[in-house]
Design a protein around this ligand. Structure first.
Ligand code: NAD
Ligand code: TYD
Length: 349
């Protein structure tokens, strides 16, 4: 039987790469992108596939249970890859309830819609939940997050993602739903909304605006190129074992300040500016409340069991990313206007 896959959050950063990969790689699958088009959803991310005959778009909020049921019925959905979420930690600090509504309530709605549509044949359909390494908390003394690391979320964002992960596993245990969860480290690459560290700095360096570094810039993140995450999702979707969790990461840890300096150096070169010009834009600002010190993922399980590993070195991925933002000025202009600017003003001034 061919598949009809519901990908939620497909207009967002990671979702758009997953949708594009699936539409192009699997012409026999029907790909239904379901997205509410919040500030983070941008259909311009999907220009490459919007006219493909196996691609469909549904503007639906996952908080709307009735609309979800209709989509399952209309497209005879066979499997779900769930990425729709509120995803920015700073926004979760100023508005935690928005995260409960989409990430927790919305995920449970989606589980219910899938359960209802697949009643009697739950073992024949897959509910794949895409999550984050932030559910494991903050590392202080070395070490890595394993799939067995106890959950210890520290921000409203990670608490809401942890809750949604628990619900997915609870549906697997209670209703015998076939589920899989993956927890990935920080992604970077094209289509990234410029409220997150890397695209924000690229945009600000381009426009000679201050680069806000929280605290002393000593916090550490593990970075993975977004297309490698999309490849991992493809791998887990097709080969992952039901009920399992897979950690996905780049074995690529960086202090924030070092990333910002690297971006400054590379962009000075690319823009023909005198060396050191962009570094002068670095501005240390008040630290994020409850700022997690370090995330580091051990992704040996997915490598050993499913054969996935990152394809790009960071240096290469960052070059591709900067070049993409410099070429796609129109994309950047569109997302940096309107609501985004209001949020930016509120948050940084
Ligand atoms: P994003 O914010 O760029 O995109 C989220 C998408 O979900 C947007 O298109 C938005 O319109 C949609 N959406 C939000 N609320 C919705 C709702 N109520 N109903 C329907 N659609 C809604 O996020 P992203 O960075 O692409 O992250 C995608 C997923 O991957 C999230 O679940 C996130 O937790 C997870 N994740 C992200 C990262 C990362 O570094 N960005 C790392 C690991 C895991
Ligand atoms: P971010 O891209 O928001 O991802 P996350 O918080 O999910 O890891 O932030 C990455 C790191 O960069 C994090 O330690 C916070 C820091 N940061 C800044 O220093 N300045 C900024 O303006 C932003 C958005 C983030």
């Amino acid at each position: 039987m061919s598949k009809s896959i519901l990908i939620t959050g497909g207009a967002g950063f990671i979702g758009s790469h997953v949708v594009q990969l699936f539409v192009e790689k699997y012409p026999s699958y029907k790909i239904v992108n379901l997205d509410a088009l919040t500030y983070a959803g941008n259909l311009e991310n999907l220009k490459a596939v919007e006219n493909a005959s196996n691609y469909y778009f549904e503007k639906v909020d996952i908080q709307d249970a009735l609309e979800l049921e209709k989509v399952f019925e209309k497209h005879a959905i066979t499997d779900v890859i769930h990425l729709a979420a509120e995803s920015h930690v700073d926004r979760s600090i100023s508005d935690p309830l928005a995260f409960v509504k989409t990430n927790v309530f919305g995920t449970v709605n989606l589980l219910n819609a899938a359960k209802k549509a697949w009643e009697g044949e739950l073992d024949q359909h897959l509910f794949y939940h895409v999550s984050t390494d932030e559910v494991y908390g903050s590392l202080h003394d070395g070490g890595f997050f394993l799939e067995t690391t106890p959950y210890d979320p520290q921000s409203p964002y990670s608490a809401s993602k942890a809750a949604s992960d628990h619900f997915v596993r609870a549906y697997a245990n209670t209703y015998k739903m076939k589920t899989v969860v993956s927890n990935c480290s920080n992604n970077y690459g094209p289509n990234h909304f410029p409220e997150k560290l890397i695209p924000l700095c690229i945009n600000n360096i381009k426009n000679m605006k201050p680069l806000p570094v929280y605290g002393k810039g000593e916090n550490v993140r593990d970075w993975l190129f977004v297309k490698d995450h999309a490849r991992a999702i493809d791998t887990v979707f097709h080969q992952g074992k039901a009920g399992e969790t897979y950690n996905i990461g780049g074995f690529n840890e960086w202090k924030n300040i070092d990333i910002v300096r690297l971006l400054c150096k590379k962009m000075d070169e690319k823009l023909g500016r005198e060396e050191g010009t962009s570094e002068k834009l670095i501005t240390f600002v008040k630290d994020r409340a409850g700022h997690d010190l370090r995330y580091a993922i051990d992704s040996s399980k997915i490598k050993n069991e499913l054969g996935w590993e990152p394809s790009l070195q960071f240096d290469e991925g960052i070059d591709i990313t900067i070049d993409w933002y410099l070429v796609n000025e129109e994309w950047l202009d569109h997302v940096t206007s309107g609501a985004y600017q209001d949020y930016y003003q509120q948050h940084y001034h």
